[in-house]
Design a protein around this ligand. Sequence first.
Ligand SMILES: [Zn+2]
Length: 212
Amino acid sequence: MPGSRAATLVLLLSLLVVVCVMQALRGPPLEGSSPPEAPPLAVPERAVDAGITRENVASADRMQSLMRRRLLIPVQGVDRAQLRDNFDEKRGGIRRHEALDIMAPRGTPVLAAGDGVIAKLSRHPLGGITIYEDDPERNYSYYYAHLDRYAPGLHVGQAVRRGEVVGYVGSTGNAPAWAPHLHFTILDLSGPARWWGRRAINPYPFLAGGSR
Ligand SMILES: [Zn+2]
């Protein structure tokens, strides 16, 4: 009967459509013909995002390790509200200051910002009486300048603890006698040294608190 044959054909076609739709809904076949692995993208690292480079990520890791040290404001009695971020100020119209000047009366104790080892004690025409204190991993050096004098007995190789008195605020070097202050910065020992010394890191965001 032509009628029932047509009906069977329609039924078969419908079944075929249903099976196809179900296959499509199940997604790609599970076994056998998995699609070939996409080749790795040959995008140059710097082209992915101009801000994300291996150097920047390594630098961010170092910044976090510095943040974890919870560095102390290295002048006794000075709290965060009294700090001014003058790291980027131009000095002498030529170069950036690259340090914080922390104003305090002459003779105020200067405290180790973090645990470390006294790496160098020097007198400098600009910095005056100075201390370089390396952190325990020797990633950074804390630099204290314009000191009036050192703490008694302070010597190279001495281990100091965060908050220990290492010297006293003064105006040696090129600081005006009427404005004694501590010139403080953090030097990055991990990067390449520049012709005038190590790259300076702004201590301002890292100084967690003061000591009274
Ligand atoms: Zn300064």
